[in-house]
Design a binder for this molecule. Structure first.
Ligand code: HEC
Length: 156
């Protein structure tokens, strides 16, 4: 359900931050959940999908109030980007234009800086509606993704 909403909002490119906050409200069940009250991951009461979890992790643990990734190791991020992303996106992220039908091109660095939730979702889960971008959820460790995301925000 939440993911469905995420997709709808993504289509119309509404603010991911607004929607993330909405999600967080839903995930927290607003004030009723005391700390020990959350369902055990994987149990019947645990209705979060892995997508929900990954997006919530981004919002709660990684983003500062300006939408920047906290605590990334940029040196390692650069290396991982080189190994995993450069082949298609180019060393500076400019080989693929994300908005080919618009007058203004959008590249990796800009997307990562201005819309990290979209970046994060795409890196983790790919994009069924577009060819070529595979999900990296099972390929790259979470802590490595943090470094890639932080590094991507430094690209031109
Ligand atoms: C096999 C080629 C390939 C590799 C490897 C690859 N990508 Fe992509 N990526 C694509 C293609 C193709 C698209 C879709 C471009 C389009 O349709 O606009 C895409 C789209 C994206 C988008 C969506 C941007 C947007 O907002 O529309 C992000 C973010 C992204 N890639 C990040 C990454 C990262 C990070 C890595 C490395 C971990 C990576 N990609 C590796 C081919 C690749």
């Amino acid at each position: 359900m939440i993911i469905y909403i995420l997709f709808m909002l993504k289509r119309v490119r509404l603010s991911w931050i607004t929607l993330s906050l909405l999600c967080c409200g839903a995930l927290l069940g607003v004030p009723t959940h005391a700390a020990g009250d959350a369902p055990t991951p994987g149990s019947e009461g645990d209705t979060l999908t892995k997508e929900d979890r990954r997006m919530a992790y981004l919002v709660y643990k990684l983003l500062d109030k300006n939408g920047k990734i906290k605590g990334a190791n940029l040196k390692r991020g650069e290396k991982l980007f080189y190994q995993n992303c450069r082949g298609c996106h180019g060393v500076d992220g400019h080989r693929i234009d994300f908005t080919p039908n618009e007058q203004q091109s959008t590249y990796m660095g800009q997307r990562a800086r201005e819309d990290m939730p979209t970046f994060w979702y795409q890196m983790n889960f790919g994009d069924e509606t577009r060819e070529g971008m595979e999900p990296f959820y099972d390929e790259i460790e979470l802590d490595e993704m943090v470094d890639i995301a932080g590094y991507a925000q430094t690209l031109p």
